[in-house]
Design a protein. Structure first.
Length: 336
């Protein structure tokens, strides 16, 4: 029996390795952005610094809270002037492995993504010039930028601000039991999780949710087989169409990465579904044309639990002190 079980686990692993890959053991290389300890420390400070917002209230961590799964666990985020954003905030954990950033893929990488919320009127409502002025007003930040971008005559730039955040976010990797299973540990998953993995592959979930991040690559219509109701798929958010202005991209979104998914409710770009079992059932109906029964849903959800990984140790940084030259916070709401 034990030998048969081992053979079964080995066969399941071989099938899984055709669709998925384990997390790497080192920080992945970034395009045109060498990762150094100095840059990581700078990026961490910037990630947690609310003074990067116009109001001095919101930081990257506000919407991508590392204490709550790398997101804010809200349907849509609250930003500048207590405005509500249009979409659910994705987790920052393992986001470096996504093909592109944001639900519609409008940012090619994490550096480009970091610039977006800073300038969005409903999020941090700041400007590149004001961010740079804020950073230059604090000598410690100037020193940290010089150490992080050596050889540059003027290292305190908005581009370098984004590159430092990208370097820090690239460290936010969460190895999970599923990675141990892919790497050869037959006992890393429970029997129920193994059955859920088999179902996840056999029913077609893995056709969209695959690779290192179990998603985060490829764009697909939400409602490929059966379009969900407006309570799940708001009719005024046409997804990737806003980026490409191509009719075929209406209601098309990047496949959600599923690592740590049981920590990041509510679900979908609309943030309308709080129950992971309900979300799995909706995906079965809308994307696969399959009515999953309760037992199948339970097993798939059990497998998804094996994607919840070990968080990197996060110590809250002590930030540079403001000076009289630091721009003052403002709560003025400017129409978008």
């Amino acid at each position: 029996m034990a030998l048969a079980s081992a053979a079964s686990a080995s066969e399941l692993r071989d099938e899984a390795l055709e669709m998925f890959a384990a997390l790497p053991s080192t920080i992945p290389a970034l395009t045109d952005n060498p990762v150094t300890p100095q840059k990581i420390d700078l990026g961490k400070a910037l990630f947690f610094d609310p003074r990067m917002s116009a109001s001095g209230v919101f930081s990257c961590n506000s919407c991508h809270n590392l204490a709550t799964g790398g997101d804010d666990n809200m349907p849509t985020s609250i930003g500048h002037g207590w405005q509500k954003g249009p979409r659910n905030s994705p987790t920052v954990l393992n986001a470096v492995f996504n093909e592109a950033q944001f639900w519609d893929g409008r940012a090619a990488d994490l550096a480009e993504q970091a610039k977006g919320p800073v300038q969005a009127g409903v999020e941090m409502a700041n400007t590149p010039a004001n961010v740079v002025a804020t950073l230059n007003s604090m000598p410690q930040y100037q020193d940290w930028f010089k150490a992080s971008f050596p050889g540059e005559d003027d290292p305190v730039t908005f581009d370098n601000f984004a590159k430092a955040i990208e370097a820090y976010e690239a460290t936010l990797i969460t190895p999970a039991p599923f990675d141990a299973f892919l790497n050869g540990d037959d006992n890393a998953l429970t029997d129920e999780q193994k059955e859920g993995l088999a179902l996840f592959m056999d029913t077609g979930c893995a056709s969209c949710h695959n690779g290192v991040n179990i998603g985060g690559t490829g764009y697909f219509p939400f409602g490929l087989i059966e379009k969900p109701g407006a309570d799940v798929l708001p009719p005024d958010d046409r997804g990737r169409f806003a980026v490409t202005e191509t009719a075929d991209d209406s209601y098309v979104f990047r496949a959600a990465p599923l690592r740590n998914i049981d920590q990041t409710a509510p679900y979908f770009h609309s943030g309308k579904v709080w129950d992971l079992e309900v979300a799995v059932a909706i995906m079965g109906t809308s994307q696969l044309g399959t009515e999953l029964n309760d037992d199948e849903v339970d097993k798939i959800v059990a497998f998804l639990g094996s994607l919840t990984g070990e968080m990197p140790q996060v110590t809250y940084p002590v930030l540079p002190t403001e000076t009289l030259d630091t721009p003052r916070p403002t709560g003025e709401v400017v129409p978008n």
